[in-house]
Design a protein. Structure first.
Length: 563
């Protein structure tokens, strides 16, 4: 049985580490450089703005650009996609009396909730298990919240650089000194087009990586500074749609069971979420652990199938799909956190390091809290005029004392138990929840997603045919993500192109954006994988399943607005 990990991609982290190369007078110098305008990076920039407002002498000392935030998306929010039911704790701490929850661009607090176990035709309601209770939480579109946070960060003095991909980590004398941004305007072969713009060195006193799931430079940094955690990271793939609907939905819904199979042989773990967004929109998504084994599993098509369930079809009836997108979620939890969250000149936050509570499907409040704590640690170090590793260690201490650490510890084996099958895993997970993690199961090892041996079934034969109204094919979904990536850009996806048929099939089905196709047979049992990289919406699944996503030219990819 093939394992994707037996066919590693042509990728070396060393290629993404560099000394600054621009002449010193051409380098862009900033005080604190934040990579990623997600909730983690923007919370960091907002908190720095608050601290610099209280200490104008520090702002002066940090120079012309005290804080800069880079994002590869077209504008803030373009690459943000989530549920999103948000635990408001971290937003309240970040804004204090400056904003109330009512002042933020939300769809209001959760007003009710239901959980169902689905079979093909029926929906059995069950009492919401403790992790799925959402009383007191608020519903947002993360891409809308991202735009609001970016405006607040700019008001606080941060410079936001959209359409800018951080390609290389700049390290000098063992210390992170910033990033090199990617070139723009290259053709498929790497040649310069008429609008070519070379990337630049952005040098900073402190660099904060808040890249979210599958962070490219975060991975490079974890290897360079030997920070990887006890367990490898593992991921889920989530595909979601936003719908305009005829009838308002009055509660958040989670489902388990169908269309996923319960057999241990398939290792299918996951469920769906259906959240109201005001009176006339709902969001619906399916989350599936990437440790699944069946090469014909497609989360995109399973979501299409889910929508044909009578219970769900009724919610969407008379409605219209507005947007579509996909993203991975780190799910290794506590044991997969890095050993340290800092290195000389560097701090790491949010999903990039796996701060997600998988049973609760929540990471936004951890991202915001970690970004806030990173800002305070960076500020303390800069106030003392130093950024060696020990000065930034106070960030690790602060995270360990925060609710992030406590929550993730309580659910530390939660994801791993589902490797034992849906029913045994479910029972163990309930025992752990009720006991707040005190039920000791011993340490359960996570195996990398790409190491799962593959099976091939005919699961794909029963995916519903797209009708363009309720169910869609992958290419129309890519269109609904707003993706406008140039067709003639250099390929940013690294895979071994000659692989056994089942590995090629896995990638073909897994990719929600139809990037991979099976090409010619090579005569030795392998096939050549053909790629259409401009379809890629940067979900990150390929990195979990044996390849490597690198950031494409800044400004490419999806242009999410309500996800
Ligand atoms: C479908 C889905 C549903 C979810 N539901 C919920 C929910 O209901 N509640 C909840 O709390 N959490 C939920 N989560 C998890 C939550 O969305 C994440 O935990 C949260 O978004 C993490 O924030 P972040 O800032 O760390 O990363 P992100 O939100 O991923 O932001 C990272 C940003 O960095 C940018 N970036 C990355 N690399 C680079 C680079 N090299 N150069 C430049 N820019 C870069 C990206 O473009 C992106 O804008 C869900 C996640 C998914 C996918
Ligand atoms: S090619 Fe892009 S969209 Fe497809 S799985 Fe890989 S990262 Fe996701």
């Amino acid at each position: 049985m093939s394992r994707p990990s037996n066919f590693p991609p042509p990728f070396s982290a060393r290629d993404y580490l560099a000394e600054p190369t621009d002449p010193p007078d051409e380098r862009i110098e900033v005080g604190v450089l934040v990579v990623g305008a997600g909730p983690a990076g923007l919370a960091c920039a907002i908190r720095l703005g608050q601290l610099l407002e209280e200490h104008p002498e520090m702002a002066e000392r940090l120079g012309e650009v005290p804080v800069a935030v880079l994002d590869k998306g077209k504008q803030p929010g373009s690459h943000l996609l989530s549920g999103a039911v948000v635990d408001p704790r971290a937003l309240r701490r970040l804004f204090g009396s400056r904003f109330r929850m009512e002042d933020l661009p939300s769809y209001g607090p959760v007003t009710g909730e239901s959980v169902y176990v689905l079979t093909r035709r029926a929906a059995l309601p069950i009492p919401p298990p403790p992790p799925m209770r959402n009383h007191g939480n608020w519903i947002f579109s993360l891409s809308q919240l991202g735009r609001f946070l970016a405006e607040r960060a700019e008001e606080g003095g941060a410079m936001i650089l959209s359409e800018t991909a951080a390609q290389k980590l700049l390290v000098s004398h063992g210390r992170v000194v910033g990033v090199r941004t990617g070139d723009k305007g290259r053709n498929r072969e790497g040649g310069e087009l008429g609008n070519f713009e070379a990337g630049s060195d952005l040098v900073a006193k402190v660099t904060v990586l808040a890249e979210g799931t599958q962070g490219h430079l975060t991975g490079v940094a974890l290897d360079r500074f030997g920070l990887r955690g006890e367990d490898p990271q593992v991921w889920e793939l989530a595909v979601k749609e936003v719908w305009k609907v005829a009838k308002p939905l009055d509660r958040v819904i989670h489902t388990m069971g169908w269309p996923l199979r319960t057999g241990k042989r398939y290792r299918e773990f996951g469920g769906s979420f259906i959240y109201p967004m005001g009176k006339d929109m709902v969001t619906i998504g399916l989350v599936v652990g990437l440790d699944y084994r069946d090469a014909s599993l497609s989360v995109h098509d399973l979501l299409q199938e889910l929508k044909t369930h009578p219970k769900i079809r009724r919610i969407l009836e008379g409605g219209e799909r507005l947007q579509w997108g996909a993203k991975t979620i780190p799910s290794g939890g506590f044991h997969s956190l890095p050993q340290r969250l800092h290195a000389p000149g560097l701090l790491l936050c949010g999903d990039a390091v796996g701060m997600v509570n998988v049973p609760r499907l929540k990471g936004i409040h951890y991202a915001i809290e970690s970004g806030r704590l990173a800002a305070e640690a960076a500020f303390r170090a800069l106030q003392r005029g130093e950024t060696p590793a020990s000065a930034l260690a106070s960030y690790d201490d602060a995270v360990r004392e925060s609710f992030i650490w406590q929550d993730l510890y309580e659910v530390r084996n939660m994801r791993q138990v589902f490797g034992r099958g849906f029913f045994v895993g479910g029972a163990l997970a309930s025992a752990m929840t009720v006991s707040k993690g005190r039920v000791e199961l011993g340490k359960m090892r996570a195996e990398p997603d790409a190491e799962q041996p593959l099976v091939v079934t005919d699961r794909d034969a029963s995916y519903p045919a797209p009708d363009g109204k309720l169910t869609f094919d992958k290419l129309s979904s890519v269109f609904a993500s707003g993706n406008k990536t140039r067709d003639d850009q250099p390929n940013h996806i690294r895979i071994e192109r000659r692989v056994p048929r089942e590995v090629a099939r896995l990638w073909e089905h897994m990719c929600p954006a139809q990037v991979y196709e099976l090409g010619r047979e090579e005569g030795d049992g392998t096939v050549l994988v053909e790629l259409a990289p401009s379809n890629c919406i940067q979900c990150g699944a390929i990195t979990a399943k044996g390849g490597r996503l690198t950031p494409p030219e800044g400004g490419s990819g999806p242009e999410y607005t309500v996800t």
